[in-house]
Design a protein around this ligand. Structure first.
Ligand SMILES: Nc1ncnc2c1ncn2[C@@H]1O[C@H](COP(=O)(O)OP(=O)(O)OP(=O)(O)O)[C@@H](O)[C@H]1O
Length: 242
C-alpha cells in the first residue's frame, strides 16, 4: 500500500517539557487516520509538526516522501491544514472567498479556476455562495472552509476537530464530505474528542497520551484488543495503561 504519511520517532520538547516523546505511525493513500487522546496528550503538537508549523526536536515525518525537516516547502505543496478555530472573511461572498484563496495558492489562472470549480462542487452550498459569509450558519462556514482547504487536492488533509460546534446534520455532511474525498484518494489525519465521530469516520485510530502513542488499529481491532463495546471504553483503558 502506498504511504502518504510516515511519522518516524517524532519528538518535540518545549524547554524541559517533552510534549511528544518519539511517536511513529503511517497513513496510507486514501486512509482516514484519527489521533485521539486526552487534553494535553500531544495531538496538536504532533499535527503542527506534520503541518510544518512547528519544528521537531527529533525524528521526522515524510509526506509523500518529503521530509518536514529537510524540505518543509515541498511538504507544504502536498498538504492542507484546517485548524479548528479557522474562520473566513465575513464581508466576502462565499464564491469571492474561494476565488481569493485560489488566486493566493495557485498562480496559473486556469488552474485557479479549476480549484474554485472543485471547491464549489464539494461544498454543496449552491446559490448561497453568492451571499456574504457573514450571513452563513456555522455549518455552512465549515463546509466552505473544508472545500477551500481541499481545493488544491492535497495528498494529505490535516483537520483539527473537523465538526466541533456543529449540529448533528451539519456534522454528518462534513463527515460525508471527508469520506467522499478519501474515496478519491486523499489521505486524512484528524484529531477529535468525539468518539462517535471517530468510529464513523476513521479507518484507523492512534491513541496518544503524555506524548506517547500507546496503540494504533482499526476501531474493531481496538475494541477486540481491549474487550470493550465502544471506543470510549477503549480510550479509557488505553489511557489507564490497561
Ligand atoms: N508553546 C508551548 N510551550 C510549552 N508547553 C506547551 C506549548 N504547547 C503545548 N505545550 C504543552 O505540551 C503538551 C501537549 O500539548 P498539545 O497542545 O499538543 O496537546 P493536545 O493533545 O493537543 O491537547 P488538547 O486536546 O487540549 O488540545 C501539554 O502539556 C501542553 O501544556
Amino acid at each position: 500500500m502506498e504511504k502518504t504519511l510516515q511519522v518516524c520517532d517524532l519528538k518535540k520538547s518545549y524547554g524541559k517539557k517533552e510534549a511528544v516523546k518519539g511517536i511513529s505511525f503511517e497513513v496510507d493513500r486514501g486512509e482516514i487516520f484519527a489521533l485521539i487522546g486526552p487534553n494535553g496528550a500531544g495531538k496538536t503538537t504532533t499535527i503542527r509538526m506534520i503541518a510544518t508549523l512547528l519544528g521537531p526536536t527529533g525524528g521526522d515525518a515524510l509526506v509523500s516522501g518529503n521530509s518536514v525537516v529537510e524540505h518543509p516547502e515541498r511538504v507544504r505543496q502536498c498538504i492542507t491544514y484546517l485548524p479548528d478555530e479557522a474562520g473566513a472573511y465575513k464581508t466576502m461572498t462565499g464564491i469571492g472567498y474561494l476565488k481569493f484563496m485560489a488566486d493566493l495558492f495557485v498562480r496559473d489562472g486556469q488552474k485557479a479556476q479549476e480549484c474554485v470549480d472543485y471547491a464549489v462542487q464539494k461544498c454543496g452550498l449552491g446559490d448561497r455562495l453568492h451571499d456574504k459569509i457573514g450571513s452563513y450558519s456555522r455549518g455552512m462556514i465549515r463546509k466552505l472552509l473544508l472545500s477551500r482547504a481541499v481545493m488544491t487536492r492535497p495528498d494529505l488533509a490535516i483537520l483539527d476537530e473537523p465538526t466541533s460546534g456543529l449540529d448533528i446534520l451539519n456534522a454528518l455532511e462534513i463527515r460525508r464530505m471527508i469520506k467522499d474525498l478519501a474515496a478519491e484518494g486523499m489521505s486524512f489525519l484528524l484529531s477529535s474528542h468525539n468518539m462517535l465521530e471517530i468510529e464513523y469516520l476513521s479507518d484507523r485510530v492512534g491513541i496518544i497520551d503524555k506524548g506517547i502513542l500507546h496503540v494504533t488499529g482499526t476501531c474493531r481491532e481496538l475494541k477486540e484488543r481491549y474487550n470493550t463495546h465502544n471506543l470510549e471504553e477503549v480510550f479509557e483503558k488505553a489511557v489507564a495503561g490497561a
